[in-house]
Design a protein around this ligand. Structure first.
Ligand code: ADP
Ligand code: MG
Length: 237
């Protein structure tokens, strides 16, 4: 997430802005920054998938979203784009610290999310990092986590930083993403997730995505989302 360009195209983020974009089929029809549009175009993302068409207008308005769609349906961009746009609109900078947390069940999925984030964020000046354990020892990360704006994490490693890293500060967090929430819970991370969420500011946007809508996903949604938009996509187009 390097590069920087002049700020342009500040967009409205209020609910009134939603209506014109509900029927949009192309990313270019959404109220996105030029930087994001350029990143999407260069990555050859032009037409939205069904879950993206359903979720992006709400996510971009700042609403909480519970999105369910099968694996491979494009859920990643449905949460990355609102997260990046929110921080961009707020003119989030290096000194503002952690603005978005994305929690993923496995290292492999976190790496895939990060690769997609590099594409969407290519022309933004936001910084991003992976906190996934295994690859690096936790101490080497401690000095750097605070300077990053968007963190893609596995639950255990994130909680470890919350518990052990003295200057790790999520008090300004704007967007929380729980990706593949059903898998996070299947893997036994419910308690870890609760411990994380209770340490985050209540004033935030939360985007929860899942391949299935199980009872435990709904329980998690009740705990972590505020008046969410429920969006389930069954047949992918
Ligand atoms: P999910 O999280 O729902 O399993 P992903 O977000 O991982 O799905 O997307 C699956 C694949 O589809 C990825 O390779 C991604 O780059 C690609 N993809 C996502 N959205 C689009 C789109 N609008 N146009 C083309 N390819 C897309
Ligand atoms: Mg996914």
């Amino acid at each position: 997430l390097a590069h920087s360009l002049p700020l342009q195209n500040q967009q409205p983020s209020d609910g009134a802005a939603l209506a014109p974009f509900v029927g949009a089929k192309l990313f270019q029809q959404l109220p996105l920054s030029e930087r994001t549009k350029r990143g999407l175009t260069e990555a050859k993302f032009t037409h939205m998938t069904a879950i993206q068409r359903a979720a992006l207008p709400h996510g971009l308005c700042g609403r909480d979203v519970l999105g369910a769609a099968k694996t491979g349906s494009g859920k990643t961009l449905a949460f990355l784009i609102p997260a990046v746009e929110k921080l961009f609109r707020m003119q989030w900078g290096a000194m503002d610290g952690v603005g978005a947390l994305i929690i993923s069940p496995t290292r492999e999925l976190a790496v895939q999310i990060f690769e997609e984030l590099r594409k969407v964020g290519k022309h933004h000046s936001l910084s991003g990092g992976l906190l996934i354990g295994g690859r690096k020892d936790v101490d080497s990360e401690k000095g750097r986590v605070n300077k990053l704006n968007i963190l893609v994490c596995t639950p255990g490693r994130l909680l470890q930083h919350m518990d052990e890293t003295p200057n790790f500060d999520c008090s300004q967090l704007q967007v929380l993403v729980l990706d593949e929430a059903d898998r996070i819970l299947d893997m036994g991370f419910a308690n870890t997730l609760n411990a994380i969420v209770t340490q985050l500011p209540k004033q935030r946007q939360t985007l929860l995505f899942s391949a299935t809508q199980t009872k435990s996903v709904k329980d998690l949604a009740r705990l972590s989302l505020k008046d969410p938009e429920y969006l389930a996509v069954h047949a992918e187009s």
